[in-house]
Write a protein that binds this ligand. Structure first.
Ligand SMILES: [Zn+2]
Length: 90
């Protein structure tokens, strides 16, 4: 018998073996059985790999920001030309 580290709900690990993943029936927390004798469960961190992918995405976003700044400068020049044309029409 072990307990959920999140909500302290008692968990039966009779049918589980070391390394098994299970969801807490009370709070739904993802848990991993790290030991059956003595019974011990830890919160399963399933997003360890996703964090590394997010770091790569951040680098891409920085490149996009640079491009957007250049585009903004172009837009400002274009707007100025448009205003000059309108004044000529009057
Ligand atoms: Zn729980």
């Amino acid at each position: 018998m072990s307990a959920c580290p999140s909500c302290r709900e008692r968990l039966e690990l009779d049918e589980n073996t070391e390394g098994d993943l299970l969801d807490c029936p009370s709070c739904g927390m993802s848990l991993q059985v790290v030991s059956v004798s003595p019974p011990e469960v830890v919160v399963y961190e399933e997003d360890k790999w996703e964090d590394e992918e997010e770091l790569e995405d951040d680098e891409d976003e920085e490149d996009k920001r640079d491009d957007e700044e250049e585009e903004l400068e172009d837009d400002e020049e274009w707007e100025t030309e448009e205003w000059e044309d309108l004044e000529e029409d009057k």
